[in-house]
Design a protein around this ligand. Structure first.
Ligand code: ADP
Ligand code: MG
Length: 319
């Protein structure tokens, strides 16, 4: 297939999508945001061999490429609307493209996101960049700055599963697929961005960040942006049953604190809003756990058995 046939076959959809005036096929897309909303703009690149094992099923790669961006929109309190796809491929492998597009549109459909354009190139490595546009009410924007000393620190879902799942994927050669293994691997390959619960919390949260590099690293970023310190109780981290069943206590702790790719939402909120947060969590059937408290000063501390230690940063960095 040539470039244009490829775009037409795999990425052009029958329906343009809500708010899309001009979609795929022209030099640029034209979209119509609601007049009283702000645009939230994010982009994330995933590279074969860097962000995912090259043999990850194509549909998971497509799903993930969108999900990591949905998570950034969620962390800003936004509603995802439109996306572009910049695709660099080593070859036009049709079965791979079919799977990739299937996963990509599956993630997009969950949030009514329309693909409005992109770019397709050949290169020496598979590189996938999705840019996502969302909208948000001006007074509902969440940022990393804004946490006040004494706020509760919260996290959605459970932490450490994706890093554990990735480690299982990398060592999967002679392991038979166990129920727990499959679940943990799924937490890596099909992350569920917390879009709806995040939007509902946006009016309450004082600061928020999504967990891509690891709870410790990312929470430390939030605290720095807020000019605050904070401490977390290691025993209060939400850990899934499969994670606890499959790994030793030390490994679990390391995955939960330093492991990336969770795409959970970490946020801070005033203690008075604790009950309201519980109600919203129940409404969205999403676990939301209080794991610590922000403090005056700087730095992240970990508390275990009453002992307080500075967090040593082992989160993911490209350079
Ligand atoms: P141009 O040369 O003007 O940049 P292209 O010929 O590269 O445009 O692309 C043709 C159309 O297809 C454009 O509307 C572009 O946005 C869209 N497009 C290209 N690649 C992709 C892709 N991977 N996914 C979705 N749309 C794409
Ligand atoms: Mg052009």
């Amino acid at each position: 297939v040539d470039e244009f046939e490829l775009i037409r076959r795999f990425f052009l959809q029958h329906e343009k999508g809500a708010g899309v005036e001009i979609g795929i096929g022209d030099d640029g897309a034209v979209v119509a945001p609601a007049p009283d909303r702000r645009l939230v703009v994010v982009a994330d690149t995933i590279i074969a061999g860097v962000h995912y094992p090259p043999d990850l099923p194509a549909s998971d790669v497509g799903y993930r490429a969108v999900a990591v961006n949905l998570s950034d929109i969620a962390a800003m309190g936004g509603t995802p609307r439109w996306m572009t796809l910049a695709l660099t491929l080593t070859e036009a492998d049709e079965p791979w493209l079919e799977g990739f597009a299937g996963g990509l549109f599956a993630a997009a459909r969950e949030h009514d996101v329309a693909l409005v354009g992109g770019d397709t190139t050949r290169g020496s490595q598979t590189v996938i960049t999705v840019q996502l546009l969302g909208d948000v009410a001006p007074d509902a924007v969440m940022t990393r700055a804004g946490a006040n000393p004494g706020d509760g620190i919260y996290v959605t879902g459970s932490v450490g599963d994706a890093a554990a799942g990735l480690s299982l994927l990398k060592n999967s050669s002679n392991r038979e697929a166990h129920e727990d293994t499959t679940w943990l691997v799924g937490r890596f390959s099909r992350p569920v961005a917390r879009v709806r619960v995040a939007a509902s919390i946006a009016g309450i949260a004082t600061a928020a960040i999504d967990l891509s590099d690891g709870l410790g690293t990312d929470l430390a970023k939030l605290l720095r942006a807020s000019n605050a310190g904070g401490s977390i109780e290691l025993d209060s981290l939400p850990l899934s049953a499969p994670l606890r069943r499959m790994f030793s206590h030390d490994q679990v702790q390391r995955f939960a604190l330093d492991g990336g790719d969770d795409y959970e939402l970490c946020f801070t909120a005033n203690a008075d809003d604790h009950e309201r947060i519980g109600e919203l969590a129940a409404q969205h059937a999403t676990a939301v756990t209080r794991i610590g408290t922000t403090e005056p000063g700087a730095g992240l501390f970990c508390i275990r058995n009453g002992k307080r230690l500075p967090y040593e940063d082992h989160g993911y960095r490209h350079f």
